[in-house]
Design a protein around this ligand. Structure first.
Ligand code: GDD
Ligand code: MN
Length: 367
């Protein structure tokens, strides 16, 4: 009879993008740290151009504890983690970075805490006694990190000294329970989990160091922080407005400011006449909005190469229509004796909703 009882107790989910050189060393480290525990590792790779997935599969051929999920046409740390965790049938799932920055020797301590049943979530923290933050890329990253922690603490139902941690463990059934409420965008999956739980989770923090990255490069930057702000906003709005819509509307708001600044500048320095100046300001603001939406609102389906130019043309065409609808509706309302403020606001709202609807379905459609 084949032995069917060697199911893993722990699934280690490793989101990865361009981590090829780190795969083999990471698995060796897990092997050492998790001696005596039935574990498996699931790499969730977003089709890294450096061949990370192929490297994982190469090792998987001689090690049945190693699995790979390769996602094509998608990007995103949080959604990668969700898919990896949902592929598990083990009692516990852990999430850890694939770049050797997290201290994998903390895993058994986390597991021990969860096995007692008194803890719902074990989190590696750089901010409890014994933890440290030395590996953060630069001063700017420290500011982002501290700012994010401060902001998160304001909204969190539980005390988490390191809410930005990408290294944690929880019972797999609990993850499944929370899965429906997860936002899945951006990279703050831990926050998303904590905020999605109807009852406050019982958290145990475990001190951990965060070391320097040796190979490859960090994928998280200021844009990611903006997305993080969006995640908090989404939770505050209780999911009533789609996060993408909020982001789209905020970008639109910035676009209006840019439009006015350019128009003002042109009016003072050139004598082109209002119509031409207004046209220039409109085009610049549209290109700017398109760029921002492409790198923030639709970061996970970002357009590149020829598709970028096609997207820009479509965006300008549809948003032009949206502007026409905005003006038309506002005019009609104004003429039927609606106050100018109400007429203007109505026009603007309809314009934004229209622009959002067409760009979500036609410009950044997920092919
Ligand atoms: N599948 C997938 N898709 N994986 C990704 C993606 C993606 O789009 N982006 C990043 N990853 C993987 C990386 O390959 C790495 O294994 C892990 O996610 C973390 O990404 P890094 O780019 O190394 O992030 P970091 O080192 O800047 O940030 C880490 O520290 C932060 C604390 O400041 C992460 O652990 C964060 O979660 C943590 O908040
Ligand atoms: Mn890293």
């Amino acid at each position: 009879m084949t032995d069917r009882t060697n199911a893993p107790e722990l699934t280690v989910v490793v989101p990865c993008y361009n981590e090829r050189p780190n795969v083999a060393p990471m698995i060796a480290k897990l092997d050492a740290a998790l001696a005596g525990i039935a574990w498996e590792v699931v790499y969730v790779d977003d089709d890294s151009p450096d061949g990370t997935a192929a490297e994982v599969r190469r090792i998987a051929q001689t090690d049945a504890r190693v699995r790979c999920i390769r996602r094509v046409g998608r990007r995103g740390l949080a959604s990668a983690v969700i898919e990896g965790a949902l592929s598990s049938s083990a009692a516990y799932v852990a999430v850890i970075d694939g770049d050797l920055q997290h201290d994998e020797t903390r895993l058994p301590l986390m597991l021990e805490a969860l096995r007692t049943g008194d803890v719902d979530l074990a989190v590696a923290s750089r901010h409890v006694e014994g933890g440290d933050n030395a590996g953060l890329a630069n001063r700017w990253r420290h500011v982002l990190s501290d700012g994010g922690i401060w902001l998160a603490q304001k909204f969190l139902p539980v005390r988490l000294t390191d809410p930005m941690s990408g290294f944690f463990m929880l019972p797999r059934p609990l993850f499944e329970e929370l899965a429906h409420g997860l936002n899945g965008q951006g990279f703050k999956i831990l926050l998303d989990l904590v905020l999605s739980s109807p009852a406050p989770l019982r958290v145990r923090e475990i001190a951990a160091t965060f070391s320097q990255r040796v190979a490859g490069e960090s994928k998280l930057d200021a844009l990611v922080m903006i997305q993080f702000g969006g995640l908090l906003l989404d939770k505050i709005c209780m999911g009533l407005l789609p996060l993408r819509f909020i982001s789209f509307a905020l970008v639109g708001g910035i676009g209006v400011l840019i439009h006015l600044a350019i128009l003002g500048g042109l009016r003072q320095t050139t004598g082109l006449g209002f119509e031409i100046e207004q046209t220039i300001a409109t085009v610049v603001a549209m290109v700017f909005n398109f760029k921002l939406n492409n790198s923030i609102t639709y970061r996970d389906q970002r357009l590149r190469g020829p598709r970028l130019w096609r997207g820009l043309l479509l965006f300008m065409a549809f948003c032009g229509l949206g502007a026409a609808a905005n003006i038309g509706i506002a005019n009609t309302l104004y003429e039927s004796h609606t106050a100018w403020t109400a007429a203007g606001a109505m026009g603007a709202v309809i314009g934004v909703v229209w622009n959002y609807a067409v760009s979500a379905t036609l410009v950044w459609r997920s092919r």
